[in-house]
Design a protein around this ligand. Structure first.
Ligand code: ADP
Ligand code: MG
Length: 323
């Protein structure tokens, strides 16, 4: 069939039978832009014979990810918010809290800053990039950081992974899903930390996780800013119906600041159950990483530890945990 790039109008002749049904985006070989791939899957008539002037070799097929052998594994992306709002703090302490509650957890860091392993005080020799490229087998790319807690590290090498994704003509958005899906059966939870903004890795995460947890800083967020990122979710849901904004996590709660309370009231009115109990501003949370410790290790009695325990109760739906 012939598809036309919506950006530069270049026509591409593709063999749709060779494109797996879950591939939803294509990259134009002319202008390099991505665009949604809308292939009618009903029994369509044979494609017209290619005209030699516009023929391009159909790219090699991308293998379809294996169906998860366990339906139980929950995939939670901590995503869609700006930098400095507590995403990494949340991903690490949520993962650590779930592990303390006896769940098997894989924490995946998709940020080039590689903060997650630093926060857990571990120095893996590789991580997500090496897993995807096959440089390391899963048992070496994934390292155990604590009891029940494993980590697939991020860091600078993710720049190489971004380039690898960029070079794919289509299906690039499924790169991480294809790497993680065969492994996830070993875990009850996969928690994915993301970088701020919309890079190819974030898009990949959004094509992998089913649940989104979005930290919003009560210090800086406004209703307007919040509306902006709800639009981002809606744009992803066009491609992936399975993804759900499950948790809105207010962070940096400061009881003294009135504007924060007003904003919290507003989002609770609209989003009800999705809004988690806020994480209070707590200096212990910012001190713990320097010691390579989670908040439960560094200051188990602090407000920060209490608030993240509450988050674990909310996510598991087990109100009696840690009592
Ligand atoms: N509730 C909190 N109270 C005080 N400091 C916090 C809190 N949450 C995160 N921090 C600190 O704020 C900074 C940004 O948090 P981080 O989790 O790295 O955000 P992000 O991943 O969204 O960029 C870090 O220095 C972190 O230690
Ligand atoms: Mg971060």
């Amino acid at each position: 069939m012939i598809i036309t790039c919506p950006h530069c109008k270049k026509q591409h002749n593709i063999d749709e039978k060779r494109i797996p049904p879950n591939v939803k985006m294509a990259r134009c070989q002319g202008c390099g832009q991505q665009f949604p791939l809308d292939i009618p899957r009903a029994e369509s008539p044979a494609p017209p014979p290619p005209q030699s002037a516009t023929v391009e070799a159909a790219p090699a097929p991308v293998p379809t990810p294996a169906t998860p052998s366990s339906q139980e594994t929950r995939r939670i992306g901590v995503s869609l918010s700006k930098g400095g709002v507590g995403k990494t703090t949340t991903a690490v302490n949520l993962a650590a809290g779930l592990a303390l509650a006896g769940k098997k957890v894989l924490l995946v860091d998709t940020d080039t800053q590689g903060q997650s392993s630093f926060m857990l005080g571990v120095k893996p020799k590789g991580g997500l990039t090496e897993l995807v490229t096959g440089e390391l087998p899963p048992q070496e790319a994934i390292i155990q950081a604590r009891k029940n807690l494993w980590i697939l590290a991020g860091g600078k090498s993710l720049a190489g992974l971004k380039r690898l994704i960029d070079r794919k003509d289509y299906g690039g958005e499924l790169t991480i899903a294809q790497a993680l899906t065969p492994l996830e059966k070993n875990y009850d939870y996969v928690v994915v930390d993301t970088s701020p903004g919309w890079d190819p890795l974030t898009v990949n995460v959004l094509f992998y996780v089913n649940e989104l947890m979005t930290p919003v800083s009560l210090e800086v967020m406004s209703i307007q800013g919040f509306g902006e990122f709800l639009k981002s979710i809606a744009s992803i849901q066009k491609f992936r119906k399975e993804i759900e904004l499950r948790y809105i996590l207010p962070t940096f709660r400061d009881m003294r600041v009135k504007r924060g309370s007003e904003f919290l009231g507003e989002i609770e009115k609209i989003y009800g159950e999705k809004v988690c109990a806020p994480i209070r501003y707590n200096v212990r949370l910012s001190e713990a990483p320097a010691y390579g410790q989670t908040i439960f290790e560094f200051a188990p009695g602090s407000n920060g530890a209490q608030d993240y325990r509450e988050l674990v109760r909310k996510v598991t739906g087990e109100p009696d945990l840690f009592t």
